[in-house]
Design a protein. Sequence first.
Length: 349
Amino acid sequence: MKTALTDMLGCQYPLIQTAMGWVADANLVAATASAGGFGFLAGAVMSPAEIDASILEIKAKTDKPFGVNFHMYVKDAEEIVDLCCKHKVAAVSYSRSPNAVFVERLKSSGIKCIPTVGAAKHAVKAVAMGADAVVVQGGEGGGHTGSVASTILLPEVVDSVNVPVVAAGGFKDGRGLVAALALGASGIAMGTRFLLTQESPVPAVTKNQYIAARPEAINISKRLDGLPQRMISNPCLSELEKSSALGMWALAIKNGLAFAHLTNTSLFDMLKSAWKMSRTGDISVAQTMMAANAPMMIQEAMVKGHPDEGILPSGQVAGIIDDIPTVEELIQRIMRESEQALTTIKSYS
Ligand SMILES: Cc1cc2nc3c(=O)[nH]c(=O)nc-3n(C[C@H](O)[C@H](O)[C@H](O)COP(=O)(O)O)c2cc1C
């Protein structure tokens, strides 16, 4: 299936595997690329050295194009831009606080810039800054998300910009792909669906919690780091929801110190990049203080395999996913389903 997106990225199918911290590793990205989709490496939770090694690992596994996701406001951002240019990755994705100088540099190296947005006004701004395409994440989506559903947000963005638009948030199959194309998208981007594949590095015990979850139990809360984030209800999230203000501060300090130790970052550097973001109006001072909660508590579930003691970021779509196929099986199935859906629609006329 050829669309403006496949033409731009050089992939076979209009299917993007999104970046997910501690999930979208080199192996998952390479599997997606080899199967004809387009994967983004979750560089936002990696050091430049780890990104470098992961890019080399992907290139050793596939000669197909892929992308890197990172935050443009962090202190290592320039080094990551250099790495993307050096390795000639096909695309980069980013969200909050984009940097016009970096966007310009990446584009002049032939790298496509594809930010994720959650509102039409942000899509317009991103395109004015040079975005080659935008991923529009509806409120159903996993991770940090907004409140407007894909069915409303997608056509609004399609009508507001003149670059290819990719639909994200709530997609898992070929019916969804056809629906998104009908609403004007050039493809779909999926996070949770790729988290639940064989190649995803998430421990089986944690994947099983996603499979068991019902859609009603996957809700948005700000209690993790002050930003709206969709997560599966579990004992850890319930504790967070019940915590007093004092308890939240104690947790923020504990996780802040652990995160600084883990990433070899000084508390000063952490606070500096958080301060930069609060100055741009992207997060508040309270959110700044809670910023380390997410990495520490997500890793507990996603890396260490303790789903009840950590946090489970998830799209609502996990509630209707009930299998863990290989990436190749998943992509082939989605393309088969989309053909069936198109045939059914054509039979109506
Ligand atoms: C476990 C998890 C981790 C995520 N981590 C990131 C991240 O590091 N960077 C990012 O831009 N988006 C992140 N997201 C959001 C996804 O990239 C994507 O936009 C979203 O999952 C799409 O919705 P879906 O899950 O319904 O497919 C994450 C989502 C999940 C479920």
